[in-house]
Design a protein around this ligand. Structure first.
Ligand code: 1PR
Length: 523
């Protein structure tokens, strides 16, 4: 039996699901005593270092954890569960860690998008039972802005490169901890977890020892979900956001069937967008939460969910905070949430007042769950102008002139699924949301959505050069070549598509086969 330490922040459901999928039972720590009596303890940390240590102290878990670790008992820390082992962290200067290992936790100091999000490799520095049946060239899923810096080189198990080489896993006797998320790293991650569960077998050195590792470009499958006129929850797909054909909502399949199919085909991440979330409050839309619960039971890559994340007052006058909606999504199996319409309102207010309120959905969710858990979904549409000075927006010169030959355009943000345009451009929205603490941008494009004509590279370059957080390029993919194009001509970290996957025109495997040897991807 595995004992799992859940201190109440973020998605530990996926760790439980991953362990249970391996036939092992999981007991969740309910008292300090459960820690002391654990056979094998897994500590998946999510959120922020200060918040985590505060809760561990409040629950009186710190002392038994120190005792457990000092006794050299089997322990697997994940992400913040790794950070917790150290003395302190730059993320919360005044807060003490468990101090099991000497050293600190540092913020990445690189000229690259932060957080470091995605699939990267491991360079093994010592043998470990964790590596049993792994070849050594697998990629694992990372999502973090801080990394550990141990004083003792002997405890370094693996390193990974992102601008420089950082420590991505430690090992001290039976105590191991990883910066990456095995529970979100597909078959390789499950293998590693299985090795931890079976520990005691011989230590193994993977074949590839010292090498440079590279962050892979991610291929994301997106499922736009809504209830159709018959009341069934379906995956639909729009043409420039119009999801109806002959008056009916297009039905491209069931979300609980399509998501595992894309996982098996090699999707690096899966995104669900509840596209009518702006009008149907998600906490009253239980089928969507159920989809997430079911999917997270057999899909072991990151899941993002968006739609309807905002403060909401129901007909009985009960007010729900966006944070509560997000919390329910995380509890149901989401790793990231995405905010669309509400992000526009928040950014408009922030730009008008020049003040961060501290209680916007972006700020609150980032504070509790970490920036990496907050994606901003932007739904822009091109507006052509003759002269860049015509509008107070971020204007670009375009190689694709407008209907009257205009050679400039700006990208107008919309809300409510493209139904309403706002006086805000996509570049300004992305910048404002980054300042407020968002960790990633999902950059759709209404003009290209469902057209199969390729991504809007001009839009992607305009936004990508304006922000320091990762950008997901979305809308318009029609062929495998379009993915190569977006990775060669922009710095987008990932590319998302929907229609070509749902219609089985180009399977994810075919996209990856085509990109192999041209772009770093997870095979
Ligand atoms: O505003 O916070 O409630 O969130 C609503 C979410 O639903 C937003 O993320 C918004 O993008 C999304 N949404 C709303 N209406 C639609 C619609 O299509 N009518 N879908 C919609 C957005 C766009 C992409 C699509 C790509 C790739 N879907 O995610 O999957 O364009 O498509 P393609 O590869 O077929 O071209 P809130």
């Amino acid at each position: 039996m595995i004992t799992l330490l859940d201190y109440g922040a973020g998605n530990v459901r996926s760790v439980i699901n991953a362990i249970e999928s391996l036939g092992e039972t999981v007991k969740v720590v309910a008292t300090a005593d459960d820690i002391l009596t654990a056979e094998k303890l897994v500590f998946p940390g999510v959120g922020a270092f200060g918040n985590m240590m505060e809760i561990l102290n409040q629950k009186a878990y710190t002392a038994p954890l120190k005792t457990y670790l000092a006794a050299g008992r089997p322990f697997l820390g994940i992400c913040l569960g790794l950070h917790a082992l150290f003395e302190n962290s730059e993320e919360a200067f005044a807060v003490e860690g468990l101090g099991f290992l000497k050293g600190t936790v540092k913020r990445f100091d690189v000229d690259r998008a932060i957080p470091h999000i995605g699939w990267n490799g491991l360079a093994a520095r010592q043998p470990s039972p964790l590596f049993s049946n792994l070849a050594g060239d697998e990629k694992f899923y990372f999502v973090h802005a801080y990394h550990v810096a141990p004083e003792d080189p002997e405890v370094v198990l693996t390193t990974t490169d992102y601008g420089y080489s950082f420590v991505s896993a430690i090992q001290k006797g039976p105590v191991v901890a990883t910066q990456f998320h095995p529970e979100k790293s597909g078959a390789s991650g499950l293998k590693l977890l299985e090795n931890f569960i079976a520990a005691g077998k011989g230590a193994r050195q993977p074949d590839i020892r010292l090498k440079n590792t590279r962050l892979a470009k991610r291929i994301i499958a997106c499922l736009d979900v809504r209830t159709n006129d018959q009341g069934d929850l379906v995956v639909t797909k729009g043409d420039q956001y119009d999801v109806r054909e002959a008056g009916e909502v297009r039905n491209l399949g069931k979300p609980v069937e399509l998501a595992p199919h894309y996982y098996q085909e090699g999707a690096d991440e899966i995104t669900f967008l509840n596209i009518t979330g702006f009008r149907d409050f998600p906490l009253e839309d239980m089928p969507m939460l159920e989809v997430l619960r079911q999917t997270s039971r057999n899909v072991f890559v990151p899941l993002t969910i968006g739609g309807g994340i905002r403060n909401y007052t129901d007909i009985n006058g009960r007010t729900y905070l966006a944070l509560e909606v997000a919390a329910e999504y995380f509890r149901s199996g989401a790793d990231k949430i995405s905010i669309g319409s509400d992000a526009v309102a928040i950014a408009e207010n922030y730009r008008q007042t020049g003040r961060k309120t501290g209680d916007s959905a972006i700020e609150e969710i980032a504070r509790v769950y970490g920036s990496q858990a907050v994606v901003i979904s932007i739904d822009p549409r091109r507006v052509y102008v003759r002269d860049p000075d015509e509008v107070p927006h971020h204007v670009i010169e375009t190689a694709f002139p407008g209907p009257q030959g205009q050679t400039y355009c700006w990208y107008q943000c919309t809300v409510k699924g493209g139904r309403e345009g706002r006086e805000l451009d996509a570049v300004s929205l992305a910048r404002a949301c980054e300042e407020l603490g968002a960790g990633e941008i999902l950059l759709n494009c209404i003009d290209r959505d469902g057209t199969n004509t390729g991504f809007d590279l001009e839009l992607i370059n305009a936004v990508k050069t304006a922000v320091g957080i990762p950008v997901i390029a979305s809308s318009g993919a029609g062929r495998a070549e379009h993915f190569l194009e977006v990775f060669q001509h922009t710095d987008a970290e990932s590319a998302l598509a929907a229609g070509i996957f749902h219609r089985r025109e180009v399977p994810i495997g075919a996209v990856k086969d085509f990109l192999q040897d041209k772009v770093d991807i997870r095979p």
